[in-house]
Design a binder for this molecule. Sequence first.
Ligand code: GCO
Length: 447
Amino acid sequence: MNSLQFPANFTWGTAAAAPQIEGAAFKDGKGESVWDRFARIPGKIEGGANLDVACDHYNLFEEDFALMRSMGIKDYRLSIAWPRLFPTGDGEPNLKGFDFYKRIFDSLERNGITPWVTLFHWDLPQGLEDKGGWRNRETAYSFLRYTESAVKAFRDHVKNWITLNEMRCFTVLAYGDVLRPPGIVESEKVVNQTYHHALLAHGLAVGAIREHGGPGARVGIADDSTIPVPFLETSAHASAAATAFRHLNFRSTDPLLSGGYGELYHSIAKENAADMEAQDQQIICSPMDFFGLNCYTGVYCRAGTDSRFDILPFPDGYPAADADWLKLIPQALYWGPKFLKELYCIESIYITENGAGYDDVPTPEGEILDLHRRQYVRQCLLELNRGILDGNPIHGYFLWSFMDNFEWLDGYTKRFGLCYTDYPTQKRIPKLTAHWYKEVISQNKLL
Ligand code: GCO
């Protein structure tokens, strides 16, 4: 494999998520999600946007998958909306919801596109939040029941399952900050408990997929681990960054991949450590087939004085995408997989999200010449390629996202799509990056 070639059978895909693209938020029996509720709190979402219509994918998925096929995409990471299958999160199923996803998978099959299904992408049924949400241990078991039903219903169409998307965002940022629903600030102890319930839900779902997924079923998670990048790539600073990786992800990746809550967890959590029951640790650490890394950016790190690490602040003006949390650090795509392999012996990694959010504007001719997105994605793929040559076990890459969509607190202002979504007409326009990505996929090589 030469320096810009990718391994044979490398998975090239794109990704999206139900709440961000489907719309039909209250149609055909779907229950309210915490994001449907949160979006109606004045001031929470840019421009007062909500998820009611989004990209109207609920009605346009046939056209979307035909377009996806024309773009040369053969693997697509989507999510199932839990409240579309179980409107209150538990209890009676919504058969129209099951029918919708059956039609989704049939359409993907007709277009030669392999689904990779995320079971939870933050759209918790509001009925469960009303009972405490992720603060409530029972939510993990509601998630288990939902997972069992979804896997049994769709196992003939789906072989690649992802349990949870980005635990940090529906725990720390949801119950430790006002940034995501329910947007309340609980104690550190409660926050750690929500994280524990998420890990428990993940482990229970792994078991359900093992039991009901059928032959060939594979399961992983998609996590936005914080990636420390050594500011200078020498062994001392790389070693400090590895230490930082475990510390910065002490609630998630570390317990998930190192056998549970060990010395590091308790040295940081102390009296705020999550309460757990005897069987929890074994459930949480149920072996996965792959680890999904949502990787956009990182933090710079250097060796500290006391053999620990220093996370370096970004100077004003450090380059970022228009989504300004996305500091442009493509080296995260090299170091993140490296740490997962070296610290946790992970043998299969997929980049389950990478991309860049910009305020794209069409030219008078109607083109979107998003050279900045193409440049950043290419730099990230260069780092991924460097890592593969160094032995990082990276088996695939999903570009976020197929089309511009509901970008959470930014509403519809930050665009991550390969396709531009013209919301008033719901027209999709492939951007320059889409044309570039089609060639990269076709030649399995970085062009
Ligand atoms: C996330 C989510 C996606 C985002 C994307 C851009 O990582 O926050 O998985 O839903 O839309 O990452 O922020």
